[in-house]
Design a protein around this ligand. Structure first.
Ligand code: ADP
Ligand code: MG
Length: 484
């Protein structure tokens, strides 16, 4: 197997299981009607339920249930018609109830799977153990005052889906690909916005190491990693750390660790509780959740085309490579952008423009594809001018840059700046003749066998025509004339 790590006692294999907390896209919290807008003033989105005022009762948000079932269906998972909300008891200052309402023995979604795309074009299936609904906690703020801590309860009670994978991943790349694919699915069905910087998607990585073929080793859990790059770094560091300890004769303590992005290290946070420490029990304020088959069927029928389905369609309909198709379906906006610009045109060429020039410019400008100054139709317009020979591919690059800067469409720019390709051979011939006359010495070299010097002539003609001469016509004419 690939991706083995070398150690003093032989090869090591990493074993990784991920727990993803995905904030449910919903205007209200899981058990209250308080809003969930990101970035609001502290403690302005808190109902009496979220603040755990005595006598308040939780009321389940139907949207959150729908989102969890839709997500389960999108990862081919078992939907459990009956599920139970349970109290997970622990004390934390930003958890006013003294417990979190979660699901334990009977979650809303059971076993499923996610197919990940690996860089070599291979695909691998990663098992999902369960998906359950739970409340988020509030936030303690320690950096506003020298001696005081503050609590912001805006997040308290927000609906999360916890999605727990099997320990099926064997490298940090596989872990990264898993999060990417899961995020693409969540975004596609709009059950979570997938924004890792804002904390809408948080990843806990469970990592252990073993010699291939051995039993699973003891794992450590790295909490709340908030970017895919950090996730990969944290896993790599953690696996190395464990190998060193074991090879030095030590053992791994099952513990919760934190990743410090500044130092690229993980460090111990606390020893890991076992489930029985939480004294889970069914929440007496909430009835078991019973779902009807029709409810599930209705949600299934209304799911949009999923990333993997779309990828297969792009491969068969547009003859894209697995790799290009994978890149283009990574998020819904990109897929839709590509499809609009490619339909009825050379799809491979459209894919190259989207993943090459467009992504390059967007990256540089720090814009997302939905903020692109060049729309999908506008890019299509540029491709049309290329396809019918109105402009050369060299000029197309300049036109694209101008489109990106000014937001104008391709045809307008070509008109305004007189960039139409010169295909009239008479016009090109006159210029070719003039250039050959000027370059008598170079022409002599060409005739005595230095064929590469033709590049000089092409350059001269392009300079005369500001790049507008049809390159093929120029080459053909030059060859004909230089030989005679
Ligand atoms: P907890 O909630 O206590 O962290 P769970 O059993 O819900 O425990 O899930 C733990 C996660 O750890 C799962 O994603 C699972 O795949 C992963 N995991 C379990 N055993 C190992 C192991 N030996 N090495 C790496 N990951 C593991
Ligand atoms: Mg855990």
């Amino acid at each position: 197997m690939a991706n083995l790590l070398k150690g003093a006692t032989g090869d090591w294999e990493m074993v990784i299981g991920l727990e993803v907390h995905a904030q449910v896209t919903s205007e209200a919290k899981l058990f209250s009607g308080a809003p969930t807008t990101f970035g609001a003033e502290p403690n302005t989105q808190v109902s009496l339920v979220d603040a755990a005022m005595p006598g308040m009762l939780p009321v389940l948000n139907e949207t959150a249930v729908r989102q969890a079932v839709r997500t389960g269906l999108a990862i081919n998972a078992q939907i459990n018609k009956r599920s139970i909300f349970a109290r997970k008891n622990y004390f934390y200052p930003d958890l006013p109830f003294g417990y979190q309402i979660s699901q334990y023995e009977e979650p809303i979604v059971g076993e499923g799977e996610i197919e990940i795309d690996l860089p070599d074009g291979e695909a691998k299936r990663i098992g999902v153990e369960r998906l359950h609904l739970e409340q988020d906690a509030g936030k303690s703020i320690h950096d506003q005052h020298p001696t005081k801590s503050f609590i912001d309860l805006n997040r308290a009670g927000v609906a999360l889906m916890e999605i727990v994978s099997r320990p099926d991943m064997r490298s940090s790349d596989e872990a990264g690909a898993y999060v990417e694919k899961l995020r693409a699915i969540l975004r596609c069905i709009e059950s979570c916005d997938g924004n890792m910087q804002e904390g809408s998607l948080r990843v806990d990585a469970n990592v252990s190491v073993r010699h291939p073929g051995d039993e699973l080793g003891t794992r450590c859990e790295i909490k709340n990693v908030n970017s895919i790059r950090f996730l990969k770094q944290a896993i790599e560091y953690e696996a190395r750390r464990q190998i060193e300890i074991i090879e030095d004769g030590g053992t791994i303590d099952q513990e919760t660790r934190l990743f410090d992005p500044n130092r690229g290290e993980t460090r111990s946070m606390r020893s890991k509780e076992d489930a029985h420490d939480y004294r889970y029990f069914p929440d007496p304020d909430l009835l078991p959740l019973d779902l009807k088959q029709e409810f599930i069927e209705e949600l299934k029928a209304s799911l949009p085309e999923l990333p993997d389905e779309r990828k297969q369609r792009f491969i068969s309909e547009f003859e894209l490579s697995t790799y290009d198709a994978g890149v283009l379906v990574a998020d819904r906006e990109t897929a839709e952008f590509f499809e609009t610009s490619a339909t009825g045109r050379d799809a491979k060429q459209a894919a190259n423009w989207v993943t090459g020039d467009l992504f390059g410019r967007l990256n540089k400008a720090g814009l997302s594809i939905s903020e692109s100054p060049v729309s999908a139709d506008a890019l299509g317009g540029l491709l049309d001018l290329l396809a019918d020979g109105t402009i050369s591919s060299r000029i197309a690059k300049d036109v694209f840059d101008e489109m990106f800067e000014s937001g104008k469409d391709a045809a307008a720019i070509v008109d305004e700046k007189g960039l139409k390709q010169i295909t009239d051979t008479g016009e090109i011939e006159a210029i070719v003749d003039a250039v050959i006359e000027r370059g008598a010495a170079q022409a002599e070299q060409y005739r005595s066998g230095n064929e590469k010097i033709i590049g000089w002539f092409v350059g001269q003609v392009m300079k005369e025509t500001q790049g507008k001469a049809n390159p093929q016509a120029v080459n053909e004419l030059l060859k004909k004339k230089l030989q005679s």
